[in-house]
Design a protein around this ligand. Structure first.
Ligand code: SAH
Length: 360
């Protein structure tokens, strides 16, 4: 079987080239071809010796996930559906704005976290994406947006906020993050790459040690009782442990604040009393708050907070000195908004449970 070079960060590529007896600068050249130029054909890597090109073609390949869907919303938001095998597909979303272009990348086919208000969480879980499948989303999007071969890059920011919980797939995510930061890769600064997590405390510590990038934490409630109802993993990593992990993270982070995401659910977590409680709790962590109006999906059982409620909530946090923004909903008409990414997930665990149930 050929080796997929898309999976290698600089160290991995270096080791691959060392193993075939090639110099380190060859590894860097190939990294630039693959990620900067979006090239997948060795024959077109014109500054490599012919012999090396032939050897690479015989032993290696550059295989991104296959694109099986491409939709553009009225507001310019674009969503790709990427085949990840066994009839599973994940979604990647590009959000153009005047000053920047953000790519929202998925890390798992499905998700095990089962947050109550999230469409991905309702799909169940199939598997972790590989490094090639994670970075391959950026590779695809760069090519599809026509931003290769030296022209201005359409993608200035990457957020790991698509399908899945990034920190439960950290081994595969880390090389992808390093490629995003590498000058021979996508050359993004640490502040422009954001990992969003539901709050897997030990993995937050690992991310801090191994590749500190900007951090967003999905909070959604001001106290443990309510958060455990909305975000079940809170039972395992409650708020005190989560906030302590945020503070440890900040010691190494490229920014001096954590972004807390807070989905606004009508009549559930959007009362003025919730805002006041949140302001009190957040006094212990340097942070910004990003309020996300809930994006509905079929049979979710939740509704979006009215705009006035969102504004009141924001005003209370602002009055307490907490920088608070409200996320603009993008791409809603193509189900590309936060929490609407369903893709195609064949839930292995659930199927296994059904089989077990049938056998019992
Ligand atoms: N698992 C990671 C990243 C993926 S979700 C995490 O939990 O952070 C990205 C963000 O969208 C999270 O803050 C998530 O809670 C939020 N979200 C999920 N469902 C949503 C919905 N229906 N409407 C609005 N935001 C939602």
């Amino acid at each position: 079987m050929k080796t997929n070079l898309l999976a290698f960060d600089a160290a991995g590529m270096g080791a691959f080239f060392a193993a075939i007896g090639e110099k380190p600068f060859r590894a860097r050249q190939v990294l630039r071809w693959v990620h900067r130029a979006g090239e997948s054909e060795f024959a077109r890597m014109s500054d490599l010796a012919r012999g090396l090109r032939e050897r690479l073609a015989a032993t290696a390949e550059v295989i991104p996930p296959r694109m099986v869907g491409d939709t553009t919303a009225a507001d310019g938001t674009r969503k790709w559906l990427l085949d990840v095998g066994a009839a599973n597909a994940v979604e990647t979303v590009f959000i153009p704005e005047t000053e920047r272009g953000t790519l929202c990348v998925s890390t798992q086919a499905g998700c095990t976290m089962a947050c109550r208000f999230c469409s991905t969480g309702r799909q169940g879980f199939n598997r972790n994406l590989s490094t090639a499948e994670i970075v391959g989303q950026l590779w695809w999007a760069n090519r599809a947006l026509g931003a290769v071969h030296g022209t201005d890059r359409a993608i200035s920011n990457v957020v790991l906020m698509g399908m899945g919980e990034p920190l439960l797939n950290l081994d595969n995510l880390l090389p992808a993050l390093r490629l995003m930061l590498d000058d021979n890769g996508y050359g993004l600064s640490r502040r422009r790459v954001t990992v969003s997590t539901v709050g897997i405390v030990p993995m937050m510590d690992r991310l801090r040690e191994e590749c500190p990038v900007a951090l967003a934490v999905s909070l959604h409630a001001p106290n443990d009782a309510l958060r455990s109802r909305l975000v079940p993993i809170n039972e395992k990593y409650p708020l005190a442990a989560l906030f302590a992990a945020c503070r440890r993270y900040l010691a190494r982070a490229p920014r001096d604040f954590v972004t807390f995401e807070y989905v606004m659910l009508d009549g559930v977590n959007d009362a003025e009393s919730h805002a006041r409680e949140l302001a009190r709790r957040l006094a212990e962590v340097p942070c910004k708050v990003n309020l996300i109006p809930f994006n509905p999906f079929p049979a979710s059982g939740f509704a979006r907070s009215p705009r006035a409620a969102v504004r009141r909530f924001a005003d209370i946090l602002l009055a307490a000195g907490i920088v608070t923004t409200t996320r603009k909903t993008r791409g809603e008409d193509i189900d590309a908004a936060c929490g609407q990414l369903a893709g195609r997930v064949h839930d292995r665990a659930r199927r296994a449970a059904r089989v077990a149930g049938a056998a019992a």
